[in-house]
Design a protein around this ligand. Sequence first.
Ligand code: C2E
Ligand code: MG
Ligand code: MG
Ligand code: MG
Length: 282
Amino acid sequence: GDLARQRSALEGTVVVYEEALGDEAEHSHRLREALAGAIAAGEFRLHWQPQVDAESHKLVGAEALLRWRCAALGREVSPAELFPAAADVGLLGEIDLWVLEEALATKRRWSGRDDAPAVIAINISASSLREQGFADLVTEALRHHGLKPEELEIEIPEDVPARDLDALAQTLETLSTQGVRLSLDDFGGGASSMAHLVQLPVDRVKLDRSIVRGLPNGARESAILRAVAAVAGSLEIELLGEGVENEAQTVALRGQGCTTMQGFLYGRPMPADELVPPLTNH
Ligand code: C2E
Ligand code: MG
Ligand code: MG
Ligand code: MG
């Protein structure tokens, strides 16, 4: 009868749902397992996205972005997928150290090249920045590679909980005093707040892509840009526009004193040898 048909339809739905869940759990298990061996297997690499001067469009910096070609899964795994998994299995610290080392080694390879970015930016997770001893580690790595602190910028994630700001501030004060540059990533995008600007010794604010996307016509985005620009201006903090995809966005950002641009309009993340082609002997 009707009831039996309904029940069997419902059971079918439940079975499909359970299978989907099972697949997802299985997949996330395989992902975590693969992640644990990814560094040793040499599956990570960095891509570099240009940061350009807002007026001259000259290359002034580059942001290192992690890329993972996972052999076990047979595909690229995006940062959006890999970082939450890495956090779950406690691998963020190891990944951050790999990124630091690889980025500095690349910067050292570029030394003496005037077509290379003067400053490189790396993303470091809040958990590493909270660690006592992280500042010393960075100092030691810079020395090992013969680089000046001013050649490195550390991007602070926007999702730092307010209760962690004190612990972070210590590490960051040490780094800042030594000359390492600090930027606040994805500002205005989500969890970021003015408290970060009050407590952390930030040299630069990176205005989130979600704000830039609405420029120049979005009334709310334009209001946020003006407000952030006013605060940055009075604190003498530089402003960088993230995710810039068209000229109209550049004009709006520049109009508010934004000095640096980053986005697909100026260049996608690319391998190091594409950003700075190796010199040939002939
Ligand atoms: P993020 O640090 O804000 O990096 C910018 C992201 O926006 C990158 O995505 C970049 O490819 C993308 N993007 C840049 N310009 C444009 C544009 O014009 N349009 C659009 N649609 N997208 C643009 P990606 O590489 O997928 O990285 C996503 C996030 O993953 C990063 O956001 C960062 O939070 C995290 N991440 C990436 N690499 C690392 C890393 O080495 N360490 C850590 N801790 N986090 C990383
Ligand atoms: Mg970033
Ligand atoms: Mg960002
Ligand atoms: Mg982001």
